[in-house]
Design a protein around this ligand. Structure first.
Ligand code: FAD
Length: 560
């Protein structure tokens, strides 16, 4: 089955579905390729909410939202992207609401908004604590309503670049086996993030950086790839996220002495300081012996049963099932875990990458709204606003250009590569390399980054990369061969890890999620107010830099 479309979207999370809907409404023939059923996409795990300056709970404006985002990004976000984002977000929320998103409401019947970390106003719109779940159900309904074709459970493996244009993908059919070429006059990458690089992560098993690596292998740059956000409240020991909405509702972080320690680290914002600040504070408490079993405690007990049951029912259930505590009576053990990748495939404000015909949106992309640190609630909004913009731009280009061609050689080459991988009968099992990678990334490139540990990690990744070509896939079958896809995903993870380390060690400062307390404890605007740009050249990452785009928000000194 080889097929051709105007616009081909890879990924069916919030970004992919929003892009597909927009491209369809612009008149294009659209299809989606996704390795998961759309409603199983990782976006469905998002809990706390989505940010837009509606001003329903207190005075707010897109300018305030923009300023908070710029400041939260530690001045690394591109300010033109941020201004577009905050200006268009309210309209996108009302559109979602009209499509049927059952957002929670305030007493006056308007959409309710809760406070989130480092936000100057309560601007997080939410659907209890299952916001992502509600969004993807509604977006999926809109796909079905428009009869948009979904190649469901198709694993996109390689981009097809032909005549200096991206013209489709080669995908593996997970249900039946076999490689398929799917052509697109334009292709939108919306494959999500890469949290699975770390052993402790809030991310689903599918978050393996596929799109970032595919783009890298097609010669495209990754931007600000060293910035991985650690979320301060992931449950111990599972890594499952406890939403920032819990602190938005008044939850308090305490150490083993019962102290509300955030009062010392961030006297004004306290528990609602930005995520990087809270994660570092927690890690310091744990490192200095004031933790509880390698965690700190998130205390909701003072909120009372009614508030927890109405506002945070999902979080309560998660705590009861996975940590064995009922937050109405006891605090939840939490610690920092890898959560969100600020960096990704470099795009312009319409999602266009350096390669004609290739667009990217959502967590796979770097547009760059989040800079060195993302504010909670901003990434769901980014998937919607920039998913829409990428879908529109991809459709317009596709409709103005008439041909699409996937040369036979692209499928033949992929088949050769696949049979070599499946033909190997001796070698190492992929999971061994993956586990070593996840554990060492956590130890050597986590909340705090030290020169010698980063050096060591570069060596570890090099040796894992040397072992990778010997991996053996034991399952030779066609039906749901997760052994095969995990081996391919491991290759993607190794690519992204190598880029992260190279950009990380070269950034000799502390900014946002990149914290070097021992050798470069402060932000260095003179030398590092710039984006890292990483390409794959001759089998290794190659680093350069690009200026940050400013509009009107000038850097201010940061208090560490
Ligand atoms: C637990 C948790 C809670 C969060 N809560 C919030 C929140 O409250 N507010 C907020 O703003 N942000 C939140 N975030 C972040 C936010 O949810 C994500 O950044 C966002 O949902 C990513 O959406 P996406 O569409 O880019 O990717 P995803 O939703 O991850 O979708 C990726 C899609 O790509 C497909 N795909 C991937 N690789 C391939 C391949 N090789 N071939 C084919 N298909 C592929 C997958 O099948 C999937 O459909 C949270 C994140 C986590 C982990």
């Amino acid at each position: 089955m080889d097929a051709k479309h105007d616009v081909l979207v890879i990924g069916a999370g919030c970004a992919g579905m929003r892009a597909a809907i927009e491209a369809h409404d612009a008149g294009a023939d659209v299809a989606i390729v996704s390795k998961l059923h759309p409603t199983r996409s990782h976006s469905g795990a998002a809990e706390g909410g989505i940010n837009a300056a509606l001003g329903n709970a207190a005075e707010d404006s897109p300018e305030t939202h923009a300023f908070d985002t710029v400041k939260g990004s530690d001045y690394l976000g591109d300010q033109d992207s941020i201004e577009i984002f905050t200006r268009e977000a309210p309209g996108d929320i009302y559109q979602l609401e009209q499509w049927g998103c059952v957002f929670s409401r305030g007493e006056d019947g308007r959409l309710a908004q809760r406070p989130f970390g480092a936000a100057g106003s309560p601007r997080t719109v939410y659907a209890a604590d299952i916001t992502g779940h509600v969004l993807i159900q509604v977006l999926y309904e809109q796909l079905v309503k428009r009869d948009i074709q979904v190649y469901e459970e198709f694993f996109a493996w390689q981009l097809v670049v032909h005549e200096d244009r991206c013209q489709g993908v080669i995908a593996w059919d997970l249900l039946h086996g076999g490689l398929t070429a799917v052509g697109g006059k334009t292709v939108v990458l919306a494959t999500g993030g890469v949290g699975r690089l770390y052993r402790a992560t809030t991310n689903a098993y599918a978050c393996t950086g596929d799109g970032m690596s595919m783009a890298l292998r097609a010669g495209l740059p990754l931007k600000d790839i060293e910035f991985m956000q650690f979320h301060p409240t992931t449950m111990y020991p599972s890594g499952i996220l406890i939403t920032e909405g819990c602190r938005g509702e008044g939850g308090i972080l305490r150490n083993s002495e019962g102290e509300r320690f955030m009062e010392r680290y961030a006297p004004t914002a306290k528990d609602l300081a930005s995520r990087d600040v809270v994660s570092r504070s927690e890690q310091t408490e744990i490192d200095e012996g004031r933790g509880v079993n390698g965690s700190v405690l998130l205390d909701l007990t003072h909120l009372g049963a009614e508030r927890i049951l109405t506002r945070l029912p999902g979080s309560r259930e998660l705590a009861m099932v996975y940590a064995g505590v009922d937050p109405i009576q006891e605090p939840i053990p939490v610690r920092p875990g890898a959560h969100y990748h600020m960096g990704g495939v470099e795009t312009d404000t319409d999602g266009l990458t350096e390669l004609t015909g290739l667009y990217a949106a959502g967590e796979v992309a770097c547009v760059s709204v989040h800079g060195a640190n993302r504010l909670g609630g901003n990434s769901l909004m980014e998937t919607i606003t920039f998913g829409r913009r990428a879908g529109r731009a991809a459709a317009e280009w596709a409709l103005a250009n008439t041909t699409v061609e996937v040369p036979e050689s692209a499928t033949r080459d992929a088949e050769r590569e696949l049979s070599e991988l499946l033909g190997r009968s001796k070698g190492e099992r992929p999971w061994k390399i993956r586990d070593e990678l996840g554990q060492t990334m956590l130890e050597n490139f986590g909340v705090f980054r030290r020169e010698e540990q980063m050096q060591a990690q570069i060596g570890i990744i090099e040796s894992l990369r040397e072992r990778y070509p010997t991996v053996v896939v034991e399952d030779k079958g066609d039906v749901f061969n997760s052994d095969l896809t995990q081996a391919i995903e491991l290759g993607y993870l190794l690519d992204v890890a190598a880029c992260m380390l190279q950009a990380g060690i070269a950034r000799k400062e502390s900014r946002g999620a990149h914290s070097r307390p021992h050798d470069y404890p402060t932000r260095d605007d003179e030398n590092f107010m710039k984006h890292s740009i990483t390409r794959w050249v001759d089998g290794a990452p190659e680093l350069s830099y690009k200026d940050v785009r400013f509009t009107k928000y000038l850097p201010e000194e940061r208090k560490y």
